[in-house]
Ligand binder design. Structure first.
Ligand code: KG4
Ligand code: ZN
Length: 355
């Protein structure tokens, strides 16, 4: 009997040290044999954000141990793995270097192919463990570093149709949480405390809501939270501001996703919308996306909750798809702090952007 393909995935682009081993499952979605994620939440908590040097040191301390754990959990021998895939970008250069160099050494020692994976492509393909997703599909990628609408035409084939012109959505959640004193990472905290607040209490702005197509902006919303903070007296006021922030985000997502679907329809016959990235674990965002898909007769796809935030299974599944197409990389492949999925898309961040 033909042996099934086994792929190792390694992820160290930010503050999660993660190793996964997956197995190809023929016509069915691949099986996750191990998916070990070690979060550095405790390391960065007191700084209210990720400190790159501390993150890199922690990756270095943990990567070997996490790899051994993944091998033990999956009951796979290192030599039986068919290829080593690892995140080569985008992300923090010092962090990427740890995982990617480790992957290079493994590939070299085992004489197995090395596959460089784009972290964002990992997020884009993450729902494929649960679903047989067909290209093309519309992707809303919402993470701590990115917020984009992309048309996914195939493996490695992306067209960006919208992006944030300033903060990423996850960043806006994190900063709002920090301003309200809820801590880091902010997304889950804002979601939790919003449940106790009145979403109509504060009237917050929705920057570029009526212009710029499906491009997005969150910086003005964040500044408005900072101003409103002065008015807060009680805990309940804080919850109200958190709830109003989240409700405003939902309105922005509703409007901009509808515009993105309109654009997608003009260039494609697809009828699927995928939401991926850490912010996709937000239940209210999932609810609004399901509503939009119902109205637009689209089907919505979400990664499993544990595959929304950074993990190595999504890197391994991208590795597997590239392995099947024999897309291997040389050992001198460099890490790429910036690595857009759509290389032709214009860089839109910064003031004075003309939309
Ligand atoms: O994809 P991810 O793990 O890392 C990046 O590649 O950036 O996303 C992390 C982001 C953080 O900003 C975090 O606050 C946000 O995802 N996040 C959430 C939720 N869970 C995580 N945002 C809103 N609601 C959540 N439940
Ligand atoms: Zn990510």
């Amino acid at each position: 009997m033909k042996k099934k393909i086994l792929i190792m995935g390694i992820e160290t682009s930010c503050d999660e040290t993660a190793v996964s081993i997956i197995q190809d499952n023929g016509s069915k979605p691949p099986k996750i044999l191990a998916n070990i994620v070690s979060s550095q939440e405790q390391v960065h908590k007191k700084f209210g954000g990720v400190v790159p040097e501390l993150a890199a040191r922690s990756h270095l301390e943990k990567i070997e141990m996490i790899t051994k754990k993944a091998l033990k959990k999956s009951k796979v021998k290192l030599n039986d793995i068919n290829a080593i895939s690892a995140t080569a970008g985008p992300g923090l250069i010092v962090c990427l270097s740890v995982g990617f160099s480790f992957a290079k050494s493994l590939a070299l020692a085992l004489k197995k192919p090395l596959i460089a994976v784009n972290h964002l492509e990992g997020h884009a393909l993450s729902p494929m463990f649960e679903n047989k997703l067909k290209y093309p599909y519309l992707l809303l990628l919402i993470s701590g570093g990115h917020t984009q609408f992309l048309v996914v035409k195939g493996l490695g084939k992306y067209k960006r149709i919208g992006t944030t012109i300033d903060d990423a959505l996850g960043e806006a959640f994190d900063k709002t949480s920090k301003m309200l004193g809820f801590g880091f990472p902010g997304g889950p905290k804002i979601e939790k405390y919003s449940k106790k607040g009145d979403p109509k209490k504060f009237d917050l702005p929705m920057p570029i809501i009526n212009k710029g197509g499906c491009n997005l902006s969150f910086a003005g919303l964040k500044t408005a939270v900072l101003r409103a903070k002065i008015l807060l007296k009680t805990k309940k006021d804080k919850y109200d501001l958190a709830a109003s922030f989240q409700a405003t985000v939902l309105k922005i997502i509703y409007k901009k996703t509808k515009i993105a679907i309109g654009k997608f329809r003009k260039i494609s016959k697809g009828k699927s919308l995928v939401i991926a990235g850490g912010v996709a674990s937000n239940q209210e965002i999932r609810r609004i996306i399901k509503k939009i898909c119902y109205e637009e007769k689209f089907k919505s796809y979400f990664p499993k909750m544990n595959l929304c935030s950074d993990n190595a299974a999504m890197i391994a599944i991208t590795g597997l798809k590239k392995f099947k197409k024999r897309k291997f990389d040389k050992l001198n492949f460099p890490v790429r702090p910036r690595w857009p999925l759509d290389r032709r898309a214009k860089f839109l961040k910064g003031s004075g952007v003309k939309l």
